[in-house]
Design a protein around this ligand. Structure first.
Ligand code: ATP
Length: 321
């Protein structure tokens, strides 16, 4: 193997640049040529390739987003589109790929591997919705951004004795809300996995209000659970006596300089992906279990379901109430 490629796909996440840097530098240290592919799988179709050297990845470890940019190309599910990508890779002598993204990106990587182009997939998404790893690249940074925002919202919530609802990202995975809720001492955490009905939430807030008329309450809620978080806030206000405001954090959660953890995770995973390619492996998803990097065959990784440690669920009841 002489030449490999690297691309980022799906949603961007802080720490992707650290992973790109590691793939390039590790590849060069093995004597490989490394090509950056712009705009995810679309770049494979449009031959948007660039030869990278040590300096191409200088000063990117601290930058959010992805210098290779990212895109979604739904047509990549089609065999004819994949064949075009493979022909372009062959034309440029690129024999294997590292791809960084979420489960959609993994599926594309598996299809390419099954057609002879070894691909190693890294989990790059703030949502932590990839079951084959404890943590995805970008999750820790987004979590810290959310905590910073909730801390600020807390000041005004406290001053006015209000209830604040903070809606966070997650893509059907409650990790961002759960961890942010624990770390910011939220009274209520609502996620796809822990979803009390409206009446339970109302009863609980009324109980808090009855205990202390001046108290405030903070609720961290995963996205996509309520048709309108503002309508939910109105319902809470009408039924509890708490003046209630909802804040949707939105894309601020995707940006910013990656945290130390995400830089280290991206760096370790990127270098490990190149090791796996050098061993002739393909179709593997890189993850971390505890402090150990692991590789899981992509079909198995895609079937895995996230399971919360019972102690994390318990902490919500034991210390946040
Ligand atoms: P995120 O979690 O941030 O959404 P993702 O990788 O899951 O990341 P998707 O948009 O689902 O994001 O997928 C990224 C790209 O992967 C798609 O635009 C498409 O090019 C490719 N892809 C998705 N699903 C498949 C599939 N079933 N087969 C082949 N390629 C796919």
């Amino acid at each position: 193997m002489k030449r490999i490629g690297i691309l980022t796909s799906g949603g961007d996440a802080p720490g992707m640049n650290a992973a790109i840097r590691a793939v390039v530098r590790a590849g060069l240290s093995y004597g490989l040529e490394v090509y950056g592919i712009y705009n995810g799988y679309r770049g494979l179709i449009e031959e948007d390739f660039v030869a990278m050297n040590r300096h191409s990845v200088s000063d990117i470890v601290a930058r959010g987003g992805t210098i290779l940019r990212t895109a979604r190309l739904p047509e990549f599910k089609e065999l004819s589109v994949q064949q075009k990508a493979i022909a372009n890779l062959k034309k440029h002598g690129i024999e294997a790929l590292v791809v960084i993204g979420g489960d959609g990106t993994y599926r594309g990587a598996l299809d390419l591997t099954n057609q002879g182009v070894n691909c190693i997939a890294l989990p790059g998404t703030i949502d932590n919705d990839v079951a084959s790893t404890d943590f995805t690249i970008g999750f820790d940074t987004a979590l810290n951004t959310i905590i910073d925002a909730v801390d600020k919202i807390r000041d005004t919530t406290e001053s006015h004795s209000r209830c604040s609802i903070v809606e966070v990202m997650g893509n059907h995975c409650g990790d961002l809300a759960l961890y942010a809720g624990i770390a910011s001492g939220a009274e209520i955490i609502i996620t796809p996995e822990i979803h009390p009905d409206d009446q339970e939430v109302i009863d609980y807030l009324k109980k808090l209000r009855a205990q202390d008329a001046d108290r405030r309450a903070i609720m961290v809620v995963s996205e996509k659970l309520y048709p309108s978080i503002h309508d939910f806030a109105k319902k809470i206000e009408e039924n509890t006596g708490f003046v209630t405001r909802a804040t949707v954090l939105g894309y601020i959660q995707r940006g910013g300089a990656p945290s130390a953890n995400d830089r280290i995770l991206g760096g370790r995973m990127g270098a490990y992906a190149v090791d796996l390619l050098m061993e002739g492996k393909g179709g593997e998803a890189v993850g971390i279990r505890g402090t150990t990097l692991v590789a899981t065959p992509i079909p198995e990784a895609l079937k895995m379901k996230k399971v919360w440690d019972e102690s994390i669920r318990n902490v919500v009841h034991q210390i946040n109430n």
